[in-house]
Design a protein around this ligand. Structure first.
Ligand SMILES: [Zn+2]
Length: 239
């Protein structure tokens, strides 16, 4: 059964509310729900964590994966959950808030590297402590880490608004601020959840974000590593 993803309609993605739902499937290590506010791992962003409480049980949610439905991987079960039980779920706020800031910073890195050097983001792994982005350059020798971090920190100081809406793919294809190649996105999706940052970037994205760039702490690039022809892996932290 498809699980309704509540986080897609929520913005900003910080300080997530607890939510109620109903169990649709239970096994030893996982629970499925009718709807979920937990972010399932995807787009380089790790899954949410939290606590699920029912009338007759309580457990930790340690990982969340989207398949046909959303699978909530659970540990530390006390009591017995059953299909049909009502549950109340809380989401680890510290974890979510930091990942939302890291993820929004990644939008800034990707957009500014594209604007300055024409670089394309070809991979990313958001982390709580550090995040890495793989950038593909025409001429990677032109890249300067100090300049990159200065540009991102200026965009943070500018306190640009981060907006979420739903936009048709035909509109995104024509928008010059869309820096990713829409031809590489799944063609069967007509309307995209879209994140716009000031007049810098427009990006189809299912992740969680802060409300304005000023909510991101200053960034520091901690590592730049070669990943083959024209490609650099940039690692950053939030200070
Ligand atoms: Zn995003």
């Amino acid at each position: 059964m498809m699980t309704k993803l509540l986080h897609l309609e929520q913005h900003p993605g910080v300080n997530p509310n607890s939510f109620k739902s109903t169990i649709t499937s239970v096994s030893d290590d996982r629970i499925e729900l009718q709807s979920t506010g937990y972010y399932p791992q995807g787009g380089g962003q790790p899954a949410d964590k939290g606590v699920m409480v029912g009338t007759d049980f309580e457990c930790k949610v340690v990982d969340v994966r989207k398949r046909d439905s959303v699978l909530h991987y659970i540990t530390d079960m006390s009591g017995t959950p059953n299909v049909g039980d009502q549950v109340e779920c809380t989401i680890d706020t510290l974890w979510r808030n930091q990942l939302s800031a890291m993820h929004t910073a990644q939008h800034l890195f990707s957009a500014l590297a594209n604007e300055e050097w024409g670089a394309q983001t070809v991979g990313n792994q958001i982390g709580f402590d550090r995040t890495r982005i793989d950038l593909q350059f025409e001429n990677r020798d032109a890249f300067e880490a100090d300049y990159m971090s200065d540009m991102v920190n200026l965009a943070i100081e500018d306190n640009m608004s981060v907006k979420m809406d739903f936009r048709p793919s035909q509109e995104l294809i024509k928008d010059p601020l869309v820096r990713i190649n829409m031809d590489r996105m799944p063609p069967n999706i007509d309307v995209w959840r879209t994140i716009s940052i000031g007049d810098l970037d427009v990006c189809p994205c299912a992740g969680t974000h802060v409300l304005q760039t000023g909510d991101i702490p200053p960034v520091e690039i901690t590592r730049v590593k070669s990943k083959g022809a024209g490609r650099l892996r940039i690692e950053y932290i939030l200070n």
